[in-house]
Unconditional design. Structure first.
Length: 186
């Protein structure tokens, strides 16, 4: 596993591992990656989808019907379509985000990549991402897979997390540090 595999629960790891093994056996790792990425994006973008996945209020049948309809509408079939239906049927749909993360970690490890979670105040251009990737590769000795997110509250700079290591050059953190020092000095 990669350095940050501890962020994925044991149950999610087991499901991710089973899906990864099936995808390897059927030589469909790339197709599964594409479909899981689509689900991950839907989870990020939809509060209703998050609620469906996380809420214990829905019955297994309701979750299976809803997630099945979502998968069909997104044209997600095969292993991933069956996988999300199985999670719903087993009342384990809440592990979907962790299972996706676990699968992506295994895939990155197989490819010899490390995952860098990068937070910036605004979306990074392709040029900035390429430069960041180049710098991280020089530092780590491996090709980094970059998961970029935007958080305007950091004001500027970057927060880069690779496994348990974090580099925080955000303006928000620097301002908080200055504020703390000023309070200590007075």
């Amino acid at each position: 596993m990669t350095d940050h595999s501890s962020s994925v629960s044991g149950v999610a790891k087991r499901y991710a591992s089973a899906l990864f093994e099936l995808a390897q056996e059927t030589t469909s790792l790339e197709a599964v990656e594409t479909d899981l990425t689509a689900f991950r994006d839907m989870l990020k973008d939809s509060a209703d989808m998050k609620r469906l996945v996380a809420s214990p209020v829905f019955s297994a049948e309701e979750q299976e019907n809803a997630i099945g309809a979502i998968a069909d509408k997104a044209e997600i079939t095969g292993l991933v379509g069956n996988f999300v239906r199985l999670l719903a049927r087993n009342r384990r749909l809440f592990v979907l985000p962790g299972a996706i993360a676990g699968f992506m970690e295994m895939l990155a490890e197989q490819r010899g990549e490390v995952t860098a979670e990068v937070v910036s105040a605004r979306a990074l251009s392709d040029e900035h991402l390429a430069e960041l990737r180049k710098s991280l590769k020089a530092s780590l000795g491996k090709d980094p897979a970059i998961e970029a997110t935007v958080d305007p509250s950091i004001l500027g700079g970057l927060i880069v997390k690779i496994g348990s290591r974090m580099i925080d050059t955000s303006i928000k953190t620097k301002l908080n540090s200055i504020t703390t020092r000023l309070k200590e000095a007075s």
